[in-house]
Design a protein around this ligand. Structure first.
Ligand SMILES: NC(=O)c1ccc[n+]([C@@H]2O[C@H](COP(=O)([O-])OP(=O)(O)OC[C@H]3O[C@@H](n4cnc5c(N)ncnc54)[C@H](OP(=O)(O)O)[C@@H]3O)[C@@H](O)[C@H]2O)c1
Length: 379
């Protein structure tokens, strides 16, 4: 559950389906993945725009008219069949988006959400499919109402990355870690974590994979940036971790990157794997580090983290995330906005250079979405 129920009185749970508008179409357009494909380019080429019947929300469900939806690395792994989604192809992908709740099945939360602008998760667990469509059937509890000031574009990226960045910093604080190291630092989660750490005055060692990225991050105000393409990277990483007493590492990459972080941390350090951008097995970890140095490997998975927080804290987190987005601290950098037909090619451009920001799908035929320009990345 993402959003805790309001305390106002509301209609009974067995009421009829309610509409915000009597003019909803009978069908919607959606991007459909016919089959998983490990070859990402082939999976993207296989996406088709299909006309599908407009889904009817059941009890506890809502229909969201999607105004904006993004694409994150998890969406890519979903296309490849590497992400545990409770739905088999043919499926409509898309883990998050934002729009307006236009129809609600019987439930008081659904009735309360009707007509509201929300960020929402895809409806895979309720048989509703994802957000890469004009409409998405989802669980009312997977919706977060957006504040009046929030744009739908930033709302489309409210859940996955901002809450992850907040969750990672929370994990480091609860563990009593004085400094952090992260790889994939030029991506959206990395940038968000960098801003949160700057605000909290927590030293952060940023690792990026390109020299230009490292220069850009330094120019933007990040003090500690290492380039993993440098020949001396392993030694530099080890020295820098010692100097700042970094004892926790957030690893979005996997493969040999995990072992490099593991090796660089001092005794008692923890590597938290939360992504698999390299799509390779985490290899090369020394058993001596585990046994004699008491180093450990953990995972972070946002849905599990959110489940553990409880409804009140989740509500606070979603309010705080929106405030921080509006202040530019957890805002998402957007590189282009495209239609359903253009989305697969735009995703290929994103996947080729991810640090340049996200592509945003605007699926509506007559979208009235007025985009606000995203704030510049500032650390
Ligand atoms: N566990 C969870 O619950 C959870 C939740 C949210 C996000 N995540 C994970 O967080 C990670 C970052 O997501 P994001 O949305 O911030 O990504 P993003 O904005 O798309 O950026 C990805 C970053 O990683 C870099 N990168 C890509 N492949 C790499 C590789 N093989 N080695 C090193 N760096 C690489 C990219 O650099 P280039 O510019 O050079 O391409 C870019 O800077 C992803 O792994 C995602 O799955 C996990």
């Amino acid at each position: 559950m993402i959003f805790s129920r309001p305390t106002t009185s509301a209609p009974a749970e067995d009421g009829p389906v309610q509409d915000v508008s009597g003019n909803l179409p009978a069908t919607m357009r959606a991007l459909v993945l016919p089959a998983h494909n490990r070859d990402l380019a082939a999976a993207l080429d296989s996406l088709r725009v299909e006309e599908r019947p407009l889904p009817e929300p059941g009890p506890g469900q809502v229909l969201v008219r999607i105004e904006a939806a993004g694409c994150n690395p998890s969406d890519l792994t979903c296309l490849q069949g590497l992400y545990p989604v409770p739905a088999a192809p043919p499926l409509v992908p898309g883990f998050e988006g934002a729009g307006v709740v236009v129809r609600a099945g019987a439930s008081w939360l659904g009735s309360w959400l009707l007509g509201r602008r929300v960020a929402c998760g895809g409806g895979f667990t309720v048989g509703g499919g994802g957000t890469w469509a004009e409409y998405c059937l989802t669980d009312a509890e997977a919706c977060i109402p957006l504040s009046r000031e929030m744009s739908l574009e930033q709302g489309a990226s409210l859940i996955v990355n901002p809450l992850t960045a907040m969750g990672l910093l929370d994990m480091a604080r609860r563990g009593g870690h004085r400094a952090i190291v992260q790889n994939a630092a030029g991506g959206q989660v990395g940038t968000m974590l960098a801003r949160l750490c700057a605000d909290a005055r927590v030293p952060l060692i940023n690792v990026v994979r390109r020299t230009l990225q490292a220069e850009e991050m330094r120019a933007a105000g990040q003090h500690i940036v290492l380039d993993s393409s440098s020949p001396d990277f392993a030694a530099e990483l080890r020295d820098t971790c010692r100097r700042y007493e970094a004892s926790i590492a957030f690893d979005a990459v996997g493969g040999t990157a995990t072992a490099l972080l593991f090796d660089a941390l001092p005794a008692g350090g923890t590597v938290v794997v939360y992504g698999a951008l390299d799509a390779e097995l985490c290899g090369g970890i020394s058993p001596y580090d585990v046994v004699f140095q008491r180093k450990s490997l953990q995972g972070f998975y946002l849905p599990q983290y959110l489940k553990e927080q409880g409804p009140l804290r989740l509500r606070d987190m979603s309010h705080k995330a929106q405030r921080l987005i509006l202040r530019g601290r957890l805002s998402t950098q957007v590189r282009e906005r495209v239609t359903l037909v253009e989305f697969p090619e735009a995703i290929k451009r994103y996947a080729a250079a991810m640090s340049w920001g996200k592509v945003i799908l605007v699926p509506g035929r007559n979208s009235s979405l007025a985009f606000k320009a995203p704030p510049n990345p500032v650390y």
